[in-house]
Structure formats: structure tokens, C-alpha cells
Design a protein around this ligand. Structure first.
Ligand code: ADP
Ligand code: MG
Length: 462
């Protein structure tokens, strides 16, 4: 078979497969996960599918692998398998997916401003519309949309990540969306603490039956900050039973937490395995672009607007969590509206006004060679002393060069000191490594992605 034939056949087979898939998943899920796949080639044994990155591929295989295999079998009439090849972006994959509502035909959903229904205990401003999507939260966002539009597909859905990164916002967006679409849906949003208080009250007031009825007969159960379950045995027992009742009824469960289930101290193994049985998506710290987009969005609808250069100033200097970004913006707005137009706010004044916030950030974000070594070693799944040691196995050469390159790019250390930190190597070795990485990045897309991801992890601006 020629390459061209293989491609044409792959396209034809993929067309048939997707027409089957379209009947099995919601439009939103289809758009998020299948529409962005590129058929590459097909032979007697497998259809090769191109996807944007490894993470996407793993997610697809874990969550839709069986569905895809079945559809492929039906379309091909044979036992054909599929294989995934990262690094093939359709342009749409590169840009963050638009907020869910924008994709829907106008009449099928109310626009953000028209949303009449807010789920009980939820903030009406927490919607998909108001959530800025970047690389750091794209999977969590997609998964949340799927939970909202195809309940039960990702069950339970577990979103985890540091504080102030948008977990509660996403969770309440799901609650609000479901309530707006179906006002009769029974949507229960609670924090873990709220659940604890209600449970304790029910014991005291002998209203356990009501408590159970209230939390178990639901269409959608959302529990914020489940890491607070850790160490509370009796509460875990009740939660376990609640979870099972809802899950067995085929209803959607969504949880948020600051860490993965297995890392929550004092969480019973049976709950860990329940929490891990569905889909988990992490949210990591926002990139500069996401931070700026959030700041711009947050000031829409406010009468008083800061000039864009000040938003850029804030986004550049405050990179930890989004609450801090918003705090910084509010501080500048408060000052500017107090002094009025007579004293235009300069970046120098902003720097003074935000002094303490910026200093904290600077300290937190200081990148050291040690941190670079740790981060690179973890990324490549090797030990720090492999990088700094004298051995030269092939799999260490690249991580070592990358770590040297990052040390030069992100710290103020001299070439000599970098060489010393890498097991007493000569500064010319460091220069060589830096040049090599710079040259390779021009042709090696994967290396370039790795370097960008590492920089991001180290909180550097990329
Ligand atoms: P968490 O629950 O992870 O601690 P929150 O959901 O409470 O964080 O988010 C903190 C604040 O940041 C909220 O005001 C929220 O609207 C805002 N926020 C977080 N992420 C985003 C985002 N991607 N787009 C818009 N606003 C965001
Ligand atoms: Mg929260």
C-alpha cells in the first residue's frame, strides 16, 4: 500500500468510525475528544491516530479506549486496533477550547447573562463562560463540561490542584449549568465541611433518615475540598455509603481536592480506590497568558477599568494563584478610584502599592539550581545524582544538558558556578550544553515542548 493510499484509507475508515462515535457520545464530548484527532494511516493491524500530545493520548485511551475500539471494529468489520501518535496538532487543538456555551446553537442554551437558575449554595458568577481556559486547566475544564453535559461518562470526576486555581469555580459551573438546563434536576453542592456539619446535626437531632434522603436522592452530587475527609473515620463511613448510593444509581459525582486521592493522609483505602475509579484532572498554576486573560476578563463589566499595561504588570509579577491576582487588581482599582483621574496610575506607583505582594512572589518564585535539578530529575524519572554524577549513559545526556541550559536561563549563577553545581564540570562543558539545547530546540519539537514545560513548572515566564 502506498503512503497516500494508507492515508486515504485511514481518512475513510476514520470517517466511518466517527459517524458511529457521534451516536454514542454527546456533541460536546465528541468535539472535545474526537473531532481533534487526525487519522494518519492504516495497515492490516492498526489505524494510526495523531493527537496533540501524550497526555491527550493517555486520557483518550484511558477514558474512551473501549468505545473507540468497538467503533473501529464496527466500522472496519475486523479486529483492527488503534495506535496513538502524539505531536499531530489540528489547529483547533492548539487553541484552548471555547467555553462550552459558545459552541452550542443559540436556542439550545441560555446565554450567560440569561441564566435564570443558580444551583443552591452556588455563586451565579461561577460559569463556564467566565472561566478562562489555558493549558494548565484545559483537561479539568473539558472534563467538567463532560460531567455537565454527559452525566455519568466520567464518574466520579475528581479535580485537584493548589489553592485559588479555580476548582470551586469549575465545580459550581457544572452545578449552575445542570440547574440552568434542567431546573428540576436535584443538584447538591456542598463543601466537605458542610457535609460534616449536616451529618453531625443529623446525629444530634436524630434526623439521619432525612440527612440520607437529602444527600442520596440526587442527580448531581458535588463535594468541594474532599481532602478534609482525611482522618475523620466516622464521616468517611457515611461518605462511603453516600457515594455508593449515588454512584450505583448512575448519577454524577464530582469532587475537588488539593491533592490526589492516594496522597490524602488518613483516607481509607476503599475511598481512595473509589475516588480513583473515575477520571482525575489536575489544575496547575496559570501561565502568564492565562493570568492576563483572567485579569482582562475580570474587569469586564466593571465601570472602573485599569489600563492594559497595568494588567500586564500584575500578570507578570503575580504568578501563584488567581485569588492573589484578583487581590492585586482590586488594590490598584481602589487606589485609582480614590485619587481620581487627576493622578494617573503609573507602573512605578503600582509597584509601590503592590510591594508586599510582589516581594512574596519573588521569593517564592526564586529559581535555584537545586530546584532545577529536582524538577528535571522528576520530569525524566531519574535521580539528581545521575545528572550531577560523572557517568555518561545516553539517557542522562539530554536531561543534564537541559538542566544546565535552564540553570543559565533562569538563575543569575555564573557558568563557572553552574559547572561546579553539576559535579565540578568545566564551564566550557556548560557552554557546550547550552548551545546544544538552543540548536536542538530549533528542530526538535519534543525537546522544545519539554523545555517549555519545565520552565513553566519552575514558574518562569515562557
Ligand atoms: P480553588 O477552589 O481552586 O481554591 P476558586 O475556584 O475559589 O479556587 O478560584 C479563586 C478565584 O479565582 C475565583 O474568583 C475564581 O473565579 C477565579 N478563577 C480561578 N481560575 C479561573 C479561571 N481559569 N478563569 C477565571 N477565573 C478564575
Ligand atoms: Mg475551593
Amino acid at each position: 500500500m502506498t503512503t497516500e493510499n494508507a492515508l486515504n484509507d485511514a481518512q475513510e475508515l476514520w470517517r466511518k468510525t466517527t459517524s458511529i462515535l457521534k451516536c454514542k457520545v454527546s456533541e460536546n464530548t465528541y468535539n472535545q475528544w474526537f473531532d481533534v484527532i487526525l487519522p494518519l494511516a492504516v495497515d492490516e493491524t492498526a489505524l494510526r491516530l495523531g493527537v496533540s500530545d501524550e497526555f491527550f493520548g493517555e486520557w483518550l485511551t484511558d477514558n474512551f479506549g473501549d468505545l473507540l475500539t468497538a467503533a473501529l471494529r464496527e466500522a472496519s468489520g475486523s479486529d483492527l486496533k488503534f495506535t496513538i501518535e502524539p505531536g499531530h496538532c489540528k489547529p483547533a487543538v492548539e487553541t484552548p477550547p471555547p467555553a462550552l456555551p459558545a459552541k452550542q446553537p443559540k436556542q439550545s442554551r441560555p446565554a450567560a447573562g440569561e441564566l435564570q437558575m443558580t444551583a443552591p449554595n452556588c455563586n451565579s458568577r461561577y460559569t463556564f463562560d467566565n472561566f478562562v481556559v489555558g493549558e494548565e486547566n484545559r483537561y479539568a475544564f473539558s472534563a467538567a463540561q463532560t460531567a455537565a453535559t454527559s452525566p455519568g461518562t466520567f464518574n466520579p470526576l475528581y479535580i485537584y490542584g493548589g489553592t485559588g486555581l479555580g476548582k470551586t469555580h469549575l465545580m459550581q459551573a457544572v452545578a449552575n449549568y445542570v440547574k440552568a438546563m434542567n431546573p428540576n434536576a436535584v443538584v447538591r453542592y456542598t463543601t466537605c465541611e458542610g457535609f460534616l456539619n449536616a451529618y453531625v446535626d443529623s446525629l444530634r437531632n436524630k434526623t439521619s433518615a432525612e440527612f440520607r434522603d437529602y444527600y442520596r436522592n440526587v442527580d448531581l452530587f458535588l463535594v468541594d475540598d474532599v481532602h478534609h475527609l482525611g482522618g475523620k473515620e466516622q464521616l468517611q463511613e457515611e461518605f462511603f455509603n453516600t457515594f455508593n448510593a449515588i454512584y450505583n444509581a448512575g448519577k454524577q459525582i464530582m469532587m475537588t481536592s488539593d491533592k490526589q486521592p492516594s496522597e490524602i493522609k488518613g483516607l481509607e483505602a476503599r475511598l481512595v480506590s473509589r475516588f480513583e475509579s473515575g477520571v482525575a484532572a489536575q489544575i496547575t498554576e496559570p501561565s502568564f497568558e492565562t493570568r492576563l486573560a483572567i485579569l482582562r476578563m475580570k474587569q469586564e463589566g466593571h465601570a472602573f477599568k485599569l489600563p492594559d499595561e497595568l494588567l500586564v504588570f500584575i500578570a507578570e509579577r503575580i504568578s501563584s494563584h488567581i485569588r492573589a491576582l484578583e487581590g492585586a487588581r482590586m488594590r490598584l482599582v481602589a487606589f485609582a478610584s480614590a485619587v481620581g483621574d487627576s493622578v494617573p496610575l503609573t507602573t512605578e506607583m503600582a509597584s509601590n502599592l503592590l510591594g508586599d505582594m510582589i516581594d512574596n512572589e519573588a521569593e517564592k518564585n526564586r529559581v535555584s539550581i537545586d530546584r532545577i535539578l529536582d524538577t528535571v530529575a522528576t520530569h525524566f524519572n531519574i535521580k539528581v545524582h545521575d545528572i550531577t554524577g560523572s557517568k555518561r549513559p545516553k539517557n542522562i545526556a539530554e536531561p543534564r544538558m537541559v538542566a544546565m541550559y535552564l540553570s543559565r536561563a533562569l538563575t543569575d549563577e555564573s557558568l563557572k558556578d553552574i559547572g561546579l553545581a553539576f559535579g565540578g564540570r568545566n564551564h566550557t562543558t556548560v557552554i557546550h550544553a547550552i548551545k546544544q539545547v538552543e540548536t536542538d530546540c530549533k528542530t526538535d519539537e519534543e525537546l522544545k515542548r519539554t523545555v517549555t514545560a519545565l520552565k513553566r513548572k519552575l514558574h518562569a515566564r515562557v
